[in-house]
Write a protein that binds this ligand. Structure first.
Ligand SMILES: [Zn+2]
Length: 289
């Protein structure tokens, strides 16, 4: 502003040499400043565009998990699941939303409608799917109804052998009865053969695994143990199951009254950590009987 006044003044009036030199110096410095001063970019406009693009990307990411169900398969270790590798955008959405996934498994049933229905009720309440590894010698007219109900509610039935023996210790000639005959027994009830096999006590061998694969099943173990076979206190079962479970875990539980009592709190705790309860994508696939 001072310069402008000086220039106007200089244009209207005469100055002496000293004044003249000062004005020229001032003008020169002003011109140099104007030429070199940093130019402001249209930051506000650009930041608005960036914000809109970021919002659109975030909304896309957040909506992806709901557009198509995530797909999983059993991992090489047989103790966890692994997401299908053609879903990188879903993985990004899960990372943003902190979603995690686990498989619930219940061994040693069916126990009959009282206990089976109690477990199914909790699973229904939490929109959770589960895999029930049944012992075929426990199957009768009543427990068969439980198995039918489990499947009708979106759960899957797995083979936990015919008599719940330590299969790695019995004669190899007895394995087909324990494994193949149990699959056939399950198929008589469900109309299709099971896709997953769990050896009793987790005790397996190359031969046991081979016989299971010959019967069209994958062997499924676990990496998270609720210890509900050892622990009698539901609160302690909740603590152990919750602490042992990580993203992609397979959780070992049993059809027991204490487990049924603990189940709602286990699922609530895990849901608060972002967990959803899924099945491997081929667990429910119908295999002809
Ligand atoms: Zn068992």
């Amino acid at each position: 502003m001072t310069t402008d006044i000086n220039v106007m003044h200089w244009g209207m009036d005469c100055m002496d040499d000293a004044q003249d030199a000062r004005v020229w110096r001032h003008l020169f410095e002003r011109m140099r400043y104007e030429a070199t001063k940093p130019r402001k970019l249209p930051v506000r406009g650009l930041s608005r565009v960036a914000a809109v693009l970021a919002c659109a990307a975030a909304m896309l990411m957040l909506s992806l998990p709901y557009m198509a169900p995530r797909q999983f398969s059993l991992s090489e270790s047989q103790g966890t699941i692994t997401p299908s590798d053609h879903q990188p955008l879903h993985a990004a959405g899960d990372w943003l939303t902190r979603h995690k996934y686990a498989v619930l498994t219940f061994d040693d049933g069916p126990e009959g409608s009282a206990l089976d229905d109690r477990i199914l009720r909790v699973l229904r309440h939490h929109h959770a799917r589960a895999l029930f590894f049944v012992v075929c010698s426990k199957m009768n007219a009543e427990t068969a109804r439980s198995i039918t109900k489990m499947e009708s509610e979106g759960h899957a039935i797995g083979n936990h052998s015919y008599d719940h023996l330590k299969l790695s210790s019995i004669a190899s000639s007895a394995l087909p009865h324990q494994i193949e005959d149990c699959s056939q027994r399950i198929a008589q009830v469900t109309g299709h053969r099971p896709r997953y096999f769990r050896p009793p006590f987790g005790m397996t061998s190359d031969q046991v695994r081979h016989v299971a694969e010959q019967a069209g099943m994958k062997q499924m173990l676990w990496d998270a143990n609720s210890y509900d076979c050892l622990v009698k206190n539901p609160t302690e079962i909740v603590r152990r199951a919750t602490n042992e479970t990580f993203d992609a875990s397979i959780i070992l539980m049993h059809e027991k009254a204490t487990t049924a009592a603990a189940l709602d709190q286990i699922l609530t705790n895990l849901e608060q950590r972002g967990f959803q309860f899924v099945l491997p994508d081929d667990a429910s696939a119908a295999v002809p009987a």
